[in-house]
Design a binder for this molecule. Structure first.
Ligand code: HEC
Ligand code: HEC
Ligand code: HEC
Ligand code: HEC
Ligand code: HEC
Ligand code: HEC
Ligand code: HEC
Ligand code: HEC
Ligand code: HEC
Ligand code: HEC
Length: 318
C-alpha cells in the first residue's frame, strides 16, 4: 500500500467537504441557484400577469439586473419556480401561493423586504394585524387600479370605507374634514400600518393615529397656530389632546365640536372636581362672577378667546 499520510488527509477532507456541501443544500433548498428559473420563464404560462408587471414598482428588480435571484422578479415573492415549471404549473408546486397563505405568513413574506418603510413592531401590534387584516387586504400586487402604492381600490377612502362604513357617514356630516371631497386622506391622520402609542390623551387607545414630527398630534401639521408652546397652556389641549373637544372626522356642531353648546363642553371639566393641575385643585370652577343663567356667559369663548393657549393671558383672554 502506497497511500501517503497526505493523501489520506486530502481524501478525508474532500469527503467531509462533500458531506457538508450536501447538508448545506438539504438545509436550504432556497439557496440552490438552480431552483430559480428567472421571470422570463414564468411569462410563457402567465402572460397576463407578466404583461402588467412592467408598470409595477417590483419590476425594478428585473430591470436593474443586479439583484440576487431570490430578490428578483416573480420569484422574489413566489419563491424558486423550478419544481413548478417542471410539473407544468399547479398551485401545490409553487413555494409561495398567496391564495393559500395564513395572514401571518403574508405579513412575513412582505416584511422580508419592507421592514424599512413599514415598522415591523408597529404593524405587528396594530389593530389591523390583530384582526387578521394584512398587506394583501389593502394592496393588490397584480391588479391594482390605483395610480400609487398598489392599493386594492382606486381611491384610498373607498378602500377604507369597504370595512369602515360608519366612518363614511361621519365624513358626510354638516361640519367635517373634506376627505370625501378628495381634499385630504385618511392617511393624513392615520397610519394603516400601525402607529406608535400616543403621547397625548393618557393611556387612551392609539387608534392608529399617526404622529407628526416631535411626536405631536397629526392635527398640528396643518393647524400650526395651535402648536405652541404657549406661555399659558390650556392643559386640556396639551395633555388630553384635540379629540377631547373635537370630533376629528365630522360633527353636526360647528367647529367639529363634540357638544352643540360650548359651555357644556367646558363644564365637563370645569365643575370643581379633580385634584390635578397647577394648584392641585383641578380645573377651576368658572368664578362666581359668571352667571351661567345669563346667555352672555354661556358662550365661554367670546371672552376666553385663545382657548388653545395664550402667550399674553393666563385666562386666555388674548
Ligand atoms: C408550464 C407553465 C407554467 C410556468 C412556466 C409557470 N407556471 Fe405558474 N402556474 C401554471 C398553472 C397551470 C397554474 C395553475 C393555475 C390554476 O390553478 O388556476 C399556475 C399557478 C401559479 C400560481 C398561483 C398559485 C395560487 O395562488 O393559486 C402562481 C403564484 C404561479 N403559478 C407563479 C409562477 C411563477 C412565479 C412562475 C415562474 C417561476 C410560473 N408560475 C411559471 C403554469 C405555469
Ligand atoms: C411583490 C410580490 C409579488 C411579485 C413580485 C409577484 N407576485 Fe404574483 N402574487 C403576489 C400576491 C400577493 C398574489 C395574490 C393576489 C394578489 O394579492 O394580487 C399573487 C398572485 C399571483 C398569481 C395567481 C393569480 C392572480 O393573478 O392572482 C399568479 C399566477 C402570479 N402571482 C404570478 C406572478 C408572476 C408571473 C410574477 C412575475 C411577473 C409575479 N407573480 C410576481 C405577489 C407577487
Ligand atoms: C424582494 C423584496 C420585496 C418583497 C418580497 C416585496 N416587496 Fe414590495 N417593493 C420592493 C421594492 C424594491 C419596491 C420598490 C421601491 C421603490 O420604488 O423604491 C417595492 C414597492 C412596493 C410598493 C409600492 C411602494 C411605492 O412607493 O409605490 C408596495 C405597496 C409594496 N411594495 C407592497 C408589497 C407587498 C404587499 C408585498 C408582499 C406581497 C411586497 N411588497 C413584497 C421589494 C419587495
Ligand atoms: C389597512 C390597509 C393596509 C394594510 C393592511 C397595509 N397597507 Fe401598505 N399602505 C396602505 C395605504 C392606504 C398606503 C398609502 C399611504 C399614503 O397614501 O401615504 C400604503 C402604503 C404602502 C407603501 C408605500 C408607502 C410607504 O409607507 O412606504 C408600502 C411599501 C406598503 N404600503 C407596504 C405594505 C406592506 C408590506 C404591508 C403588510 C406588511 C402593508 N402595506 C399593509 C394601506 C395598507
Ligand atoms: C379589509 C377590512 C379593512 C380595511 C380595508 C381597512 N380596515 Fe381599518 N380596521 C379593520 C378592522 C377589522 C379593525 C379592527 C376593528 C375595529 O376597531 O373596527 C380596524 C381598525 C382600524 C382602526 C382602529 C380603530 C380602533 O377602534 O382602534 C383605524 C384607525 C383604521 N382601522 C383605519 C383604517 C384606514 C385608514 C383604512 C384605509 C387605509 C382601513 N382602516 C382599511 C378592517 C379594515
Ligand atoms: C383629521 C384627522 C383624521 C382623518 C382625516 C381621519 N381620521 Fe380617523 N380618527 C382620527 C382621530 C384623532 C381618531 C381618534 C378619536 C378618538 O380617540 O376619540 C380617529 C378614529 C378613527 C377610528 C376609530 C374610532 C371610530 O370612529 O370608529 C376609525 C375606524 C377611523 N378613525 C378611520 C378613519 C378612516 C377610514 C378615515 C378616512 C376615510 C379616517 N379615519 C380619517 C383622525 C382622523
Ligand atoms: C391635512 C391637513 C389637516 C389635518 C391633518 C387636520 N386638519 Fe383640521 N382642517 C383642515 C382644513 C384645511 C380645514 C378647513 C375646513 C375644510 O377643509 O373644509 C380644517 C378644519 C378643522 C376644524 C374646523 C375649523 C372651522 O373653522 O370650522 C377643526 C376644529 C379642525 N380642523 C380640527 C382638527 C383636528 C382636531 C385634527 C387632528 C385630529 C385636524 N384638524 C387635522 C386641515 C387639516
Ligand atoms: C378644551 C377644548 C378644546 C380642545 C382640547 C381643542 N379645541 Fe379647538 N376649539 C375649541 C373651541 C371651543 C373652539 C371654538 C372657538 C370659537 O368658537 O371661537 C375651537 C376651535 C378650533 C378651530 C377653529 C377655529 C380656530 O381657532 O382656528 C380649530 C382649527 C381647532 N379648534 C383646532 C384644534 C386642534 C388642532 C386642537 C388640538 C391641538 C384643538 N383644537 C383642541 C375647543 C378645543
Ligand atoms: C378636558 C378637561 C377640560 C376641558 C373640556 C376644558 N378645560 Fe379649561 N382647563 C382644564 C385644566 C386641567 C386647566 C388647568 C387647571 C390648572 O392648571 O390648575 C384648565 C384651565 C383653564 C383656564 C385657566 C384657568 C386657570 O385657573 O388658570 C380657563 C380660563 C379655562 N380652562 C377655560 C376653559 C373653557 C372656556 C373651556 C371650554 C371651551 C374649557 N376650559 C374646557 C381642563 C379642561
Ligand atoms: C363675559 C366674559 C366671560 C365669559 C363669557 C366667560 N368668562 Fe370666564 N372669566 C372671565 C373673567 C373676566 C374672568 C376672571 C375674573 C373673574 O374671576 O371673574 C374669568 C375667569 C374664569 C376662570 C378662572 C377662575 C379662577 O378662579 O381662576 C375660569 C375657569 C373660567 N373663567 C371659565 C369660564 C367658562 C367655563 C365659561 C363659559 C361657561 C366662561 N368662563 C365664560 C370672563 C368671562
Amino acid at each position: 500500500m502506497r497511500y501517503s499520510w497526505g493523501m489520506l488527509v486530502g481524501s478525508v477532507r474532500a469527503a467531509l467537504g462533500l458531506f457538508f456541501l450536501g447538508l448545506f443544500f438539504l438545509a436550504s433548498p432556497a439557496l440552490l441557484a438552480a431552483d430559480y428559473v428567472g421571470s422570463n420563464v414564468c411569462r410563457t404560462c402567465h402572460p397576463n400577469v407578466f404583461a402588467t408587471f412592467s408598470r409595477n414598482p417590483h419590476y425594478k428588480s428585473i430591470a436593474s439586473g443586479k439583484e440576487k435571484p431570490e430578490n428578483t422578479g416573480c420569484e422574489s415573492c413566489h419563491g424558486p419556480g423550478q419544481d413548478h415549471v417542471n410539473a407544468g404549473g399547479g398551485k401545490a408546486t409553487i413555494p409561495v401561493a398567496f391564495s393559500g397563505l395564513a395572514p401571518e405568513k403574508v405579513l412575513d413574506a412582505c416584511l422580508r423586504c419592507h421592514s424599512q418603510t413599514v415598522s415591523r413592531a408597529n404593524i405587528r401590534r396594530s389593530e389591523h394585524t390583530q384582526r387578521d387584516i394584512v398587506c394583501t387586504n389593502c394592496h393588490s400586487i397584480h391588479s391594482s387600479p390605483a395610480p400609487k402604492f398598489l392599493l386594492a381600490k382606486q381611491q384610498q377612502r373607498e378602500l377604507c370605507y369597504e370595512c369602515h362604513a360608519s366612518v363614511r357617514a361621519q365624513f358626510s356630516m354638516p361640519f367635517k374634514h373634506r376627505v370625501n371631497e378628495g381634499f385630504m386622506q385618511c392617511t393624513d391622520c392615520h397610519n394603516p400600518h400601525g402607529a406608535f402609542a400616543a403621547t397625548w390623551n393618557m393611556a387612551a387607545r392609539p387608534r392608529m393615529v399617526d404622529q407628526a414630527v416631535g411626536n405631536e398630534e397629526p392635527c398640528l401639521k396643518c393647524h400650526i397656530d395651535k402648536r405652541g408652546p404657549f406661555v399659558y397652556e390650556h392643559a386640556a389641549v396639551r395633555v388630553d389632546g384635540c379629540e377631547t373637544c373635537h370630533n376629528p372626522h365630522g360633527s353636526t356642531n360647528a367647529r367639529l365640536l363634540k357638544r352643540p353648546v360650548t359651555f357644556t363642553l367646558c363644564l365637563e371639566c370645569h365643575n370643581g372636581l379633580g385634584n390635578f393641575g397647577r394648584r392641585l385643585d383641578g380645573p377651576q370652577n368658572p368664578s362666581a362672577s359668571h352667571n351661567l343663567a345669563d346667555p352672555r356667559y354661556q358662550n365661554c369663548t367670546t371672552c376666553h378667546v385663545r382657548i388653545h393657549g395664550s402667550n399674553g393671558s393666563q385666562l386666555f383672554f388674548r
